[in-house]
Design a protein. Structure first.
Length: 383
């Protein structure tokens, strides 16, 4: 089976053809949004902080902003910065993608009005050019899929997460890439997932990521049980951190773990990978989109509406009450697994075909309603 996508200069394939208007730092966001609001098919990719960030934290911010810009769902980039030096730090990371790049520096433009005018002209031209590009038939090996969960409940681990796992296995079998994230979601069951590693080195890298973060949290005097499961998880029937972890990991299907990625990094080879991200959805979705995910399959039990601005997000639920009562934000219903005897394999196969439709252009609820956000994780204080 193939999908219809947009070829990019670096060999990647997008499932959307947006022009990205990308902020270099937080004080550029108002200009970025104004440009995107003025031009159809332009999307704002905003950020917080950057100015005043230090060391590795700053490098992660630069890399992640550039990673979002290099996501194949964006056909071209209008990069909005305050001044040339910092803007160039991001621009030089985008240029190897080969996609069109225009730069707007607010100080050099003489203020926000002129910057908005310049950026709007760039974005409008890019959108017109992008609109001439047709979708072409592409193999599933060109897909990088993120798997995520939020607002989990008892139905997540037995219906929506394993259905997503079926899709994950199909993508890996076809030569594509799958990324599962959320470091804290593995607490208590990390040893089970580590057994899936292709070798001892990958298994140890995975354990180091999970146990290192667990140790860091506990060193601050925090009780993991106070936040994981979260209050909405508990309301949905999840009782322990181990129960939540065992249900969460099945989103990755049954494929071997071939790689461990730092936040926002792109996988270099096919197969199933783990990315070290925080559990909150927007930060995790941002890391996945920066890592090249064109699509993110997002399981939700009690309901979580948010999607990624760059990585097309598909909301999947196995809770009939949520499918009905939260219908405006749900894309795919796998509640028949619990309600009418459908097997996980059958639900996963239905979801797989729906995912291919989305990859070929079918819109999701978060896109139609513009329920999308971007937030890059912080790891250090600002100066």
């Amino acid at each position: 089976m193939n999908f219809l996508g947009y070829e990019r200069p670096d060999g990647q394939v997008g499932i959307r053809n947006y022009v990205g208007v990308v902020s270099v730092m937080d004080n550029c966001n108002s200009v970025t949004r104004a440009i995107a609001n003025a031009v159809q098919e332009a999307v704002p990719v905003t950020t917080l902080f950057v100015r005043g960030q230090l060391g590795r934290d700053l490098e992660i911010a630069y890399d992640t902003i550039a990673g979002l810009a290099c996501n194949p769902n964006l056909s071209g980039i209008v990069l909005v910065g305050l001044e040339p030096v910092t803007t160039e730090e991001v621009a030089k990371r985008i240029r190897p993608s080969g996609k069109p790049l225009e730069i707007v520096n607010i100080q050099l433009c003489g203020g926000t009005i002129e910057a908005i005018a310049a950026g709007t002209r760039h974005a409008a031209r890019m959108v017109r050019e992008a609109s001439r590009q047709p979708r072409t038939e592409q193999p599933l090996s060109k897909l990088t899929i993120g798997v995520e969960c939020g607002g989990s409940d008892t139905t997540s681990g037995v219906a929506s997460n394993p259905s997503i796992g079926v899709v994950a296995d199909r993508i890996v079998e076809a030569g594509g890439r799958v990324i599962i994230s959320e470091t804290s979601e593995f607490f208590g069951a990390e040893h089970v997932f580590a057994e899936r590693a292709i070798n001892d080195q990958v298994g140890q890298e995975f354990l180091d990521a999970i146990l290192g973060f667990e140790k860091e949290v506990m060193s601050r005097g925090l009780d993991l049980r106070g936040a994981n499961p979260s209050k909405d998880n508990i309301r949905g029937g999840l009782t322990t951190i181990e129960e939540k972890a065992l249900g969460a990991m099945v989103k990755a299907g049954t494929s071997p773990l071939v790689g461990v990625l730092e936040y926002g990094k792109r996988p270099e080879k096919p197969g199933m990978h783990f990315m070290a991200t925080p559990a909150p959805a927007v930060e995790s979705l941002t890391g996945l989109a920066s890592g090249g995910c064109q699509m993110i399959l997002f399981s939700t039990g009690v309901g979580n509406p948010i999607g990624s601005m760059v990585g097309t997000t598909v909301k999947v639920s196995g809770n009939r009450n949520t499918v009905v009562g939260f219908a405006d934000n749900i894309d795919f219903d796998v509640s028949p697994v619990l309600e009418s005897g459908e097997t996980v394999s059958e639900a996963g196969t239905r979801l797989f075909h729906f995912a291919v439709e989305v990859a070929s252009g079918a819109l999701t609820t978060s896109e139609v309603l513009d329920v999308r956000e971007t937030a890059i994780s912080r790891f250090e204080p600002s100066m």
